[in-house]
Design a protein around this ligand. Sequence first.
Ligand SMILES: [Fe+2]
Ligand SMILES: [Fe+2]
Ligand SMILES: [Fe+2]
Ligand SMILES: [Fe+2]
Length: 435
Amino acid sequence: MTFNPYEEKGIALEKQIRNWNDITGSPFNKNDVDCYSRTRQILMNGIEVEAWNFKHAFSRFCPDNDDCKIIAQSRRIEDEQQTTINWLAPKDQSVLETTLGYEQVAVDLTAWLAQNEPDEYVKETFDFGLLEDFDHLYRYAQWAYMEEGIDPNYIVQGQTDIMLSRPTQNHHNDNAMRLRKPYDKDKTKPQTKINILTLVSGEQQTHNYYAEHGFSYGNNVLRKTYAEIKDVEEEHVTMYESLIDPNESIYEKLLLHEFCEVCNYYNCYIDEIDEKIKKIWELFLNYEIEHLHIAAKMYKKYEKKDPEEITGDKIILPCRFMNQKEYVSKILINEIDKRMDGSEKMGYTTLDKLPDNWASYDVQKKQGEKGAPSENTTRIITLHKGRDIIIADKTLEDKETELLQKGLEKKVQAPDTVSAQELEKIIANYDSKMK
Ligand SMILES: [Fe+2]
Ligand SMILES: [Fe+2]
Ligand SMILES: [Fe+2]
Ligand SMILES: [Fe+2]
C-alpha cells in the first residue's frame, strides 16, 4: 500500500470548523443500512470519544500554553466529528438493536485484529476477549427477541453467528488479574500499537453505551443483564489498555492516537459501500492527516526523533469488517475453557487447572450470589420460545451443550445457572414438540 499520511496534504485546522447542518447531518435508514456500515459508524464514534477524552487528559498534564491552545482547537474538531458520526444512528434504532451492533463490532473487529496481530501474547489476549463478546452477542440476541420481537439476524445480516460462548457469569474476574503484560514501546511494531488502541477505543465506548442506556428498559432482568455485561466491558478496557507500554511519553501517545485515527478512517474509506457515509470518512481522513502533522511536529520538538520511527510510514488496516464465522468458531471450539491464570506470568490456563484459591472465584461468588442475569436470560427465553435462539450452521449449533460442558466453571456457579445437562433436556423437549 502506498498511502503515506506524512506526505499527504490534509485540511488545515482552521478550515475544519463546520456549520450545524454539516455537523449533525442526517441519519442512515436502519432498514437498508449494511451491517458493516453500521459497525464502522459504531467503532468510529468510539475512536472519536477516545480522541476527545485523551486530549482532555493531555491538557491536564501539559505545561506548555501554546501546546494547550492547539490541542484545545483540535479537540473541538474531534468532538464535532464524534457528533457527526454518532448522529448517523437513526432515532428508531432501539437500544437493543444498537447493542447487537456494538457486540457485532466487538466480535468481528477482534477477530480481524487477532489474525493481523504480529505479537503472539497480544493475539492470545484478543482471542480471549473475543469469546466473551461473542457470548454477550448471544445473551443480548435473546433479549432483542423477547423485549422487542427482533430477529437478531435483522441486525447482524447473516455475517456473524449467534451462539453460546464462554458463559458471561464466568467473565467476572479479580480486576487486577485482568492486567496484562505491557509491550515494550521500543521493540513493538506499529501494527500492534494501533491494533490495541483501536480495540481499547471500541471497548471503552461499548462500556459507556451500556452505562448510559442499560437502565432504559423496564424489564428488571434486562437492566441487570446490561449492568452485568457493562462490568465485563470495564474488564475488557482494563485488559486491553494494560497491554500499552506506560513509558510512552504523552507526545508519543498523542502521535499514536492521531495515527490510529488516520488508519481507521483510511480503512473505513476504502471499505465503505454507502456513498454518503464514504464522503464523511474521506473528509475526516483529511482532517486527521492534519492532526497527525501537528502531533508529529510536537513529537519532533520534544523527543527530537523522527515520528516515523514510531508509526512507520505505511498505513495500517485496523478495522476491516468482514465475515469471521470460520475463525470465531475455531477459537470457540478450542478455547472456551481458557481462563486467566492469575500468576506472575499474566498468562492463561484452562479451567480444570485453576487453583482453589483463584482470586476471581471470590468476585464471582459475591456478584452471582443472588443469580446471574445472563443465566436468567436463558431461563426466560426458554419460557418464551421453548429454547434459546442460535443462528449458526448445523455443525456448530449441534455442539452447543458440549461447548457449555467444556466452558462452564463447575466450582463457582450462580444459583440459576443452566447446566449442560439441563440445556440438553430443554433442547430435546423443544425438538420433540417441533416434530
Ligand atoms: Fe478525530
Ligand atoms: Fe461485549
Ligand atoms: Fe468487550
Ligand atoms: Fe484527531
